[in-house]
Design a protein around this ligand. Structure first.
Ligand SMILES: Nc1ncnc2c1ncn2[C@@H]1O[C@H](COP(=O)(O)OP(=O)(O)OP(=O)(O)O)[C@@H](O)[C@H]1O
Ligand SMILES: [Mg+2]
Ligand SMILES: [Zn+2]
Length: 511
């Protein structure tokens, strides 16, 4: 007899329905699996066999053929165990029941338990958009499935529970829909801007960066608070709306980095070590294409501390996603695209000894040392960093001063107000922040008066800026205007935005 059961395969965050066909015919006992299965699917044969036997069900001692269709779709992972087992049992006649229109996902343990699999949330959302409404998933994936509206999901502990549900012996209750609550600003955090003494310019730059979603680089001597400032970022980032949380959760579901809650409630803050490879930063892999750090940072911050220590090739690979907000990874048999729209926050010393440019300490490096050090960050990468701030060591008086520094909550309130203006501005478009504006939006929302135009022209020529730098200055100026709740960009807004590009200009001078 032949039986068909449906499952789902992902490529990136989108997917296709996979039909698992099981045929049992007379002949010597054998078990064949076809339809381009990778190693994991082959291993699934053994898991399915043991799980069926250990669930007090009979495993057919006949000629078994299992086909996963369509053949051209690459199937990865272990989520086909459950649909294969169900198809076998139906084909053999061990169970009867209807499975039409139900998508099955789940890995089987040898004892018949269902183990959670990655990518359940994006699979269900993608399948729902194709018209599927019923799903059977492992209990361990129940939480994430609960956040999806408009579907009926059953979460089972074991193969036996699924069988009893299908035969009507012991029907399961569908998973109730959960409501989303973002982590609140009041949450106790280990880092707050109030802990950072002095550094007014750097803090202001951080506020502008957060308000418009701009990339930021801190350059300064050791121990001046660069890492501290960056670590305080999560405390000033805007709260997340449900849709954003769902989009971010899709990526973490695929990567298997989803926490207990089943949904991402806080904007990601990823800080990969400087030994990170291009694959771990951007995504990829031999067997399957995993999302990289830049995708895991989607909607949040990618923090690269000690930027010049990262491999040059890994940093260069960031150039395309920094511009496009997505990463496309090619591999045998096709390409996979993951979202990668993040705010880059980086820090570095200005030279090998760390004191170049400092008013307080002397640099002992030769001009050649400094040039070589700075050259570790390529011009094109630096060009993509909207805000470059030089910080100097803190004064002792500032450090021990009793005056209270402004805390993250009040900085966040101002940044939130600027974000609100941006949300209204980009209401009907894909753009979410000033930093994401394309050519069209920049033209529309960053109009300059003749006076502003001449300010920018002068800076462009004297700092030898690129066309990209010009458009990024315009976006930063837009954000500064938004922070002041100003409709129009004024020369002061522009001067401030231009001041954030001087580090890059200095580097050009050295060449
Ligand atoms: N502005 C500051 N206010 C208060 N404490 C500070 C400040 N700057 C540095 N510190 C103290 O110095 C420590 C080191 O600071 P941090 O790691 O941020 O320096 P850094 O600029 O990242 O240095 P490096 O270039 O060596 O990485 C902090 O943990 C903190 O105790
Ligand atoms: Mg540091
Ligand atoms: Zn030096």
């Amino acid at each position: 007899m032949l039986a068909k059961v449906q499952s789902y395969a992902l490529s990136g965050l989108e997917g296709v329905c996979v039909t698992v066909e099981a045929d049992i015919s007379k002949g010597l006992p054998s078990y064949e699996m076809v339809g381009l299965p990778d190693a994991a699917v082959k291993e699934s044969k053994e898991r399915v066999r043991s799980a069926v036997k250990n669930s007090a069900l009979e495993f057919p001692a006949h000629k078994i053929t299992v086909n996963l269709a369509p053949a051209y779709v690459k199937k990865e992972g272990s989520s086909f165990d459950l649909p294969v087992a169900i198809a076998l049992l139906l084909a053999y006649g061990s169970i009867e029941g209807t499975v039409d229109g139900i998508i099955f996902l789940g890995e089987l343990a040898l004892n018949g338990d269902l183990r959670p699999v990655s990518g359940v949330l994006p699979s269900i959302i993608s399948a729902r958009d194709k018209g599927f409404t019923k799903f059977v998933v492992p209990k361990g994936n129940e939480k994430e499935a609960g956040y999806i509206h408009g579907v009926e999901v059953f979460a089972a502990n074991s193969l036996r529970e699924v069988v009893d549900h299908l035969t009507g012996e012991k029907p399961m209750q569908s998973v109730p829909t959960s409501s989303f609550t973002a982590a609140t600003a009041e949450k106790e955090r280990p880092y707050d801007l109030a802990f950072v003494k002095g550094q007014a310019i750097a803090k202001r730059a951080l506020e502008v960066a957060v308000a418009g979603g701009h990339n930021i680089l801190f350059v300064g001597p050791p121990g001046s608070g660069k890492t501290m400032l960056a670590r305080a970022l999560p405390s000033v980032l805007p709260d997340m709306a449900f849709n954003e949380a769902l989009e971010i959760t899709k990526i973490h579901s695929v990567a298997g980095t989803l926490g207990e809650e089943g949904i991402v409630t806080e904007r990601p803050f990823r800080s990969p070590h400087h030994t990170a490879t291009t694959v771990s930063l951007c995504g990829g892999g031999n067997k399957s294409v995993h999302p990289g750090e830049i995708s895991l940072a989607h909607g949040g911050v990618l923090f690269l501390d000690e930027l010049p220590e990262y491999k040059r090739s890994a940093l260069e690979a960031l150039r395309q996603p920094l511009e496009d907000g997505v990463i496309t990874i090619s591999r045998a048999g096709g390409t996979v695209t993951y979202p990668a729209s993040f705010m880059l926050c980086a820090s570095m010393n200005p030279c090998p000894c760390g004191n170049y440019g400092s008013r307080k300490r002397r640099c002992i490096c030769t001009p050649n040392d400094i040039r070589k050090y700075k050259a570790r960050i390529s011009g094109p990468l630096l060009d993509r960093i909207d805000i470059q701030v030089e910080v100097d060591g803190v004064d002792y008086d500032d450090l021990v001063s009793e005056t209270k520094e402004e805390n993250s909550a009040s900085v966040k309130a101002r940044a939130d107000a600027a974000r609100k203006i941006q949300r209204a501005r980009f209401e009907n478009s894909q753009v979410q922040s000033n930093a994401e504006m394309g050519e069209k939006e920049t033209r529309e929302y960053c109009r300059l008066t003749p006076e502003c135009e001449s300010v920018l022209r002068e800076a462009f020529e004297s700092l030898r800026l690129s066309a990209r730098a010009r458009s990024r200055i315009l976006k930063v100026a837009r954000t500064i205007a938004d922070l002041e709740l100003c409709e129009d960009i004024t020369p002061d807004h522009l001067y401030e935005a231009i001041s954030y590009r001087t580090y890059g200009a200095e580097v050009n001078e050295l060449d």
